[in-house]
Design a protein around this ligand. Structure first.
Ligand SMILES: [Zn+2]
Length: 299
């Protein structure tokens, strides 16, 4: 594929425009700030179009979507694991819309990112594990409906299992055009990287027109909620480089999001200026995307 001149990156302050400060969304603001401070990276920042209720009820039960809008029933509204607040719905329409926009952009430029997460645990009838709506499935369904793709593969390299897309693929019978590939457990870093490489190879034999890549950082050995022994920052960078190189060489566009990555020490959230190690891990994904996709030729 031809090199990308600049990589589209979707972000909005609306991602974090909620009453309760969530650690993971606050992280996105720090990643955005860190990337803005890097003029050496050829990134173009774009405001996403928020997902609509009609789009969301095409993959989620109406009762669930309306619970997130209204806060009632409260238990369902909070099934994502967050305390409900009136701004929650609007914030997640932006993150989910950002995933859809990144997917569309990737078809044009080869690669695009969204500085958001919180998709892969969301099932058709409820949220779970800090995930409200499943932007990965939404992006696949939207692009397929617009006849822009025949097949979409999700590459889920978050530490945790992407139960949301697996449930939706099964419930809605999407498996003729949507498949989920993941690595969620490994005894050590070498095994993890071997498994990731094998999943990328498997995925490519299915010949997708687009890959939605969950670039989770919670396989990091020191992650608070995950952790594969021996998975260092350098090995996570190598993982992302491997993914981007393989997809570019195969001519398959990729849209990536941040997915998991949790600091053990929460003090940094209120700190000034310091670049948290978790933020640096996510920034490395962008560095690898730039390195691979702006190079003159695929490796
Ligand atoms: Zn995770």
């Amino acid at each position: 594929m031809t090199p990308a001149a600049r990589i589209p990156v979707y972000y909005s302050p609306a991602f974090n425009d909620v009453q309760h400060v969530w650690d993971s969304t606050k992280k996105h603001d720090h990643i955005h700030a860190a990337l803005r401070a890097r003029p050496d990276l050829p990134l173009t920042f774009l405001e996403p179009t928020p997902a609509t209720r009609d789009q969301l009820i095409s993959i989620h039960d109406e009762t669930y979507v309306d619970a997130v809008i209204t806060g009632e029933p409260r238990q369902l509204a909070q099934s994502n694991g967050f305390e409900w607040c009136p701004g929650m719905y609007r914030a997640v329409t932006f993150t989910n819309g950002g995933m859809v926009d990144a997917a569309r952009a990737a078809l044009r430029t080869g690669v695009a990112g969204v500085i958001a997460s919180g998709f892969h645990h969301a099932e058709s009838s409820r949220g779970m594990g800090f995930c409200t709506f499943n932007g990965l499935v939404l992006a696949a369904v939207e692009l397929r409906r617009a006849d822009l793709v025949r097949r979409v593969a999700i590459l889920d390299l978050d530490y945790h299992y992407g139960n949301g897309q697996v449930e939706m693929i099964r419930r809605y019978g999407l498996n003729d055009y949507l498949e989920n590939y993941g690595v969620h457990r490994a005894q050590h870093a070498d095994e993890y990287l071997d498994l990731a490489r094998a999943q990328v190879r498997r995925l490519l034999t299915w010949s997708p027109d687009l890959v939605l890549y969950q670039a989770g950082m919670d396989p990091h050995e020191h992650d608070a909620l995950g952790g594969v022994p021996g998975m260092s920052a350098a090995r996570l960078r190598a993982r992302d480089g491997m993914v981007f190189e393989a997809l570019r060489a195969a001519g398959v566009p990729v849209a990536f999001n941040m997915a998991g990555g949790y600091a053990r020490d929460r003090a940094w959230l209120d700190g000034e200026g310091a670049v948290n190690p978790v933020v640096a891990l996510h920034v490395a994904t962008f560095e690898e995307a730039c390195r691979v996709w702006t190079a003159p030729e695929a490796r």
